[in-house]
Design a protein around this ligand. Sequence first.
Ligand SMILES: *[C@@H]1O[C@H](CO)[C@@H](O)[C@H](O)[C@H]1NC(C)=O
Ligand SMILES: *[C@@H]1O[C@H](CO)[C@@H](O)[C@H](O)[C@H]1NC(C)=O
Ligand SMILES: *[C@@H]1O[C@H](CO)[C@@H](O)[C@H](O)[C@H]1NC(C)=O
Ligand SMILES: *[C@@H]1O[C@H](CO)[C@@H](O)[C@H](O)[C@H]1NC(C)=O
Ligand SMILES: *[C@@H]1O[C@H](CO)[C@@H](O)[C@H](O)[C@H]1NC(C)=O
Ligand SMILES: *[C@@H]1O[C@H](CO)[C@@H](O)[C@H](O)[C@H]1NC(C)=O
Length: 463
Amino acid sequence: MDRVQNLLMDLRDVLRTIRMKAKYALLLVFVVVLVIIEKENKIISKVSDKLNLKQMQQNIFEVNSTDSNIAYSENGSLLSLSELDSAFSQFRKQLANVTLQFGGRNPFVAELPKTPRRHILLMATTRTGSSFVGEFFNQQGNIFYLFEPLWHIERTVSFESIGANAVGSAIVYRDVLQQLLLCDLYILENFISPIPENHLTRFMFRRGSSKSLCEDPVCTPFLKKVFEKYHCKNRRCGPLNMTLAMEACLNKEHIAVKAVRIRQLEFLRTLVEDPRLDMRIIQLVRDPRAVLASRMVAFSGKYESWKKWALEGAAPIHEDEVQKLRGNCENIRLSAELGLRQPEWLRGRYMLIRYEDIARFPLQKAKEMYKFAGITLTPQVEEWITKNTQASQDSNGIYSTQKNSSEQFEKWRFSIPFKLAQVVQDVCEPAMKLFGYKLAGDIETLTNRSISLLEERVNFWVT
Ligand SMILES: *[C@@H]1O[C@H](CO)[C@@H](O)[C@H](O)[C@H]1NC(C)=O
Ligand SMILES: *[C@@H]1O[C@H](CO)[C@@H](O)[C@H](O)[C@H]1NC(C)=O
Ligand SMILES: *[C@@H]1O[C@H](CO)[C@@H](O)[C@H](O)[C@H]1NC(C)=O
Ligand SMILES: *[C@@H]1O[C@H](CO)[C@@H](O)[C@H](O)[C@H]1NC(C)=O
Ligand SMILES: *[C@@H]1O[C@H](CO)[C@@H](O)[C@H](O)[C@H]1NC(C)=O
Ligand SMILES: *[C@@H]1O[C@H](CO)[C@@H](O)[C@H](O)[C@H]1NC(C)=O
């Protein structure tokens, strides 16, 4: 038994050293890059300086090239993840041999990673139920889950959402996401406002939505009289120490990130092909009519003109807004079409899922998602899903995830003015066809519960 223990200790030490080295190399790179960037281009706009695409792209390329050079060339002492993996499985075989001699019982095996590290991206758009679906991963103890980290970028860097700037922003989002998936959380500090000092921040967006950021040892003792913009749900913690968070990330077996700001699947190719990542992309879609209805409630100010037009026959909706809706639907459709076409680089790494199916069969769909990710779903998650999809009363928070989901998912049909449903149908028809959302020709169809607006589809995803 001592032999096993010693072997384990040794391995831990080796792993720790490798991790530290890797981490500090990356940190160093980022500090250097940031200094360069800050000096030369003032990329980190403290308030919201408009960014010039050319400058931005240049910086991004700098980041990329510096990063990959260092990660692979440093002294030969920095192991790649796959090397690490194979070292690990080698070790496990040995351990299995040793433990066989002890009658096959191995009390330590539970502590060893069972599957290679997976990097899951839950790719959605706002009001598609992504907070709810994100919980499926947040609730699993061995997954480091981040809720919408890209929010910080949108807040500090202002982009036009069309044309060349859309490309610029997509590149920034993608590259930050890539670093986050590698547990380099320091990258986010450049976009957190106010900028963290000593890697401490009280402004990590929706910290409370990431269990991993609220459990020990990331939850440090609570400091009185310190204002916390976003805090943990069930306990009070001190300001978030990004170094601790990063260590927690590295110590978990897998990582999952929910993001509503990645607009095109195509842009993620760099991540999918990064040998340090084992990506699993889950694209979550929802009936665009339901999305609009939900947005009108959640961001009511933004949709004043839509409401007025639909209900009072006021001036028609601005063409810009219709175009924006069309753009959203088209991005979602193009991404899904690309994913479903399964090009070589995406094979086995893309899954499409409809919110409506999750709402009706939450546990079954959760199992499918975990199977796709190659991770075993724990009883914790099952319990959470059971508890949170059958609640008889729904709480009213707009980001609330606790509701009787099979009852809720069609509520929009009775709240959206038919005229608006028609606009969405006109603009989003190609996407709706692809996902199996039926058009309603009249208000009676829209509001008749016994008429389903959902085509039953067998699983979209194939691996
Ligand atoms: C980033 O680096 C990778 C690997 O070196 C390369 O294939 C890719 O084209 C680079 N991307 C950019 C945007 O420079
Ligand atoms: C490079 O390797 C040498 C010899 O193995 C070692 O002493 C040195 O610390 C390494 N440098 C870095 C930056 O890891
Ligand atoms: C495990 O034990 C078998 C038989 O004793 C031996 O042939 C094999 O090489 C061992 N494997 C490892 C990885 O040590
Ligand atoms: C944050 O955590 C790291 C790692 O434990 C520690 O070294 C550092 O002192 C902490 N920072 C602060 C400001 O407490
Ligand atoms: C949830 O809604 C469904 C569909 O209306 C209903 O059959 C079920 O009884 C509800 N469950 C609870 C716990 O309220
Ligand atoms: C709803 O649709 C069903 C099936 O098409 C139909 O039998 C029923 O009369 C409709 N109800 C109303 C109120 O129109």
